[in-house]
Design a protein around this ligand. Structure first.
Ligand code: AMP
Ligand code: GLY
Length: 422
């Protein structure tokens, strides 16, 4: 098989690392990739938003399967375009990717199909949105409808905060057109878990759960980031909980999209709150999480490619062995200042020595090569990932490897994998 991975972050490095190990793969390309990915794939200078270029490349190179990492090209219709060109793709078509691209669409789908989620209403008028905030009462959450780079959900402790959030989205257009419509919803309390399932248009196959650590500082303090680390599996998410989420959330969602003429093929990322009343959906994403993907792929037993193929082609699921009882941790090393303003171009030392530790893989997120030296090129720079027989050992291995890596301004959380249930 000739394969193409679209994207160039830590998630895509993890996918490339795993896919490159498949005996079925004869050629692997990544667009645009990064220096870590370049160890496993040929990097092509096309960014994930260059839809025309990506389709032309896949056609010219006779790519058998394109795996799309990030959400933006899926929401913009990359899968539709590849299918129109007669090419296979792992990742949903735009009307199914709308489950992430429009929170109003996702909430409406859940409401129509009795899929458990926070009580909500959708507004295009700020005065009405403010009125509903008073009906729900704080705490509540105001969400920009469209893609907002993970910043579009504003948790409001008071009505004054809620009024401010409505103004920010709808009157000051802080998220551009994405915030012209908002979803206002009740605040859910509980433990937050990311669950991943594959879908082939008609039915779904559970993968695993992971937990992300979104804030920049230890103990869930400080501003939100894209994710400072993740671990898998999650103790509170046991086999019974997985069955319940598959039965009450994942399968009904895949069935509803199929019935509405938007069959979902790819990975469904379910952001869940495990509330006292049971699991409820916080959000759907149409892709793997970053850094959850890094923690997942090192646990996947056997070859991932047949699973991606079955999802893409709508075929039956191949036999998957039981997931070995292994735990994994991914610790993100970030640039000084991230998630605010940060510099780039700092020399990175010690990656090779970090990777000599047992069970450790270092996935590149924001790196570049300058005069043959590895330097920082983004906010999240590296994802130091370790797998072991148990979580405590995985944590010890990951942090041991982190100790070997240095760059100016480097910071990271010291409590990845040690999250306490809320
Ligand atoms: P989202 O962009 O929808 O993933 O929201 C970002 C973060 O806001 C989530 O990871 C949660 O921590 C928080 N959040 C979103 N919606 C709710 C909710 N209804 N109740 C509590 N927390 C929420
Ligand atoms: N780590 C959160 C996300 O990928 O959306």
């Amino acid at each position: 098989m000739r394969m193409l991975i679209v994207g160039g972050g830590g998630r895509e490095h993890a996918l490339a690392w795993k896919i490159a190990q498949s005996p079925r793969v004869t050629a692997l390309f990544t667009a645009p990739g990064n220096p870590g990915i370049a160890r496993h794939a040929v990097c092509v200078p096309l960014t994930a938003d260059a839809l025309d270029g990506l389709v032309a490349f896949a056609r010219r190179e006779r790519i058998d399967l394109t795996v799309v990492g990030p959400e933006a090209p899926l929401v913009a219709g990359l899968a539709d375009r590849l299918l129109d060109a007669g090419l296979a793709v792992f990742g949903p078509i735009a009307p199914a990717a709308a489950i992430e691209g429009s929170k109003a669409f996702a909430k409406d789908l859940m409401a129509r199909n009795a899929i458990p989620t926070a009580r909500f209403a959708t507004f295009a008028d700020p005065a009405r949105a403010r009125g509903y905030c008073r009906e729900v009462g704080p705490p509540l959450v105001v969400k920009a409808d469209g893609l907002a780079g993970g910043k579009g959900a504003i948790v409001c402790r008071t009505l004054a905060d809620a009024d401010e959030a409505v103004a920010e989205c709808m009157e000051r257009a802080a998220f551009g057109a994405a915030g012209a419509t908002v979803v206002v919803e009740e605040f859910l309390s509980g433990e937050e878990v990311s669950f991943f399932a594959l879908a082939n248009g008609a039915d779904a196959l559970p993968l695993a759960a992971a937990q992300d650590h979104k804030t920049v500082f230890d103990g869930d303090q400080g501003p939100n980031t894209g994710g400072m680390g993740a671990y898998s599996p999650v103790a509170s998410f046991d086999a019974a909980m997985e069955r319940r989420v598959m039965d009450t959330i994942v399968r009904p969602t895949i069935a509803a999209l199929a019935k509405d003429g938007a069959p979902y093929r790819g990975v469904l990322y379910v952001g869940l709150m495990l509330t006292a009343e049971g699991p409820k959906v916080i959000e759907f994403n149409c892709r793997f999480g970053d850094p959850e993907c890094q923690a997942l792929v090192v646990r996947v037993p056997g070859d991932l490619v047949p699973l991606l193929v079955a999802a893409a082609h709508g075929g039956p699921w191949p036999e998957v062995g039981p997931w070995p009882t292994r735990a994994s941790v991914c610790v993100v090393l970030a640039s000084g200042g991230y998630p605010g303003k940060y510099g780039t171009g700092a020399a990175i030392e010690g990656v090779e020595s970090a990777e000599t530790a047992p069970g450790v893989t270092v996935f590149h997120a924001g790196t570049a090569l300058r005069d043959g030296r590895l330097v920082t090129a983004g906010g999240r720079v590296l994802g130091v990932t370790a797998v072991a027989g148990d979580l405590a050992t995985a944590i010890a291995r990951a942090y041991g490897a982190v100790g070997a890596i240095r760059f100016e301004g480097m910071h990271y959380r010291r409590d990845i994998g040690r999250r306490r249930p809320a």
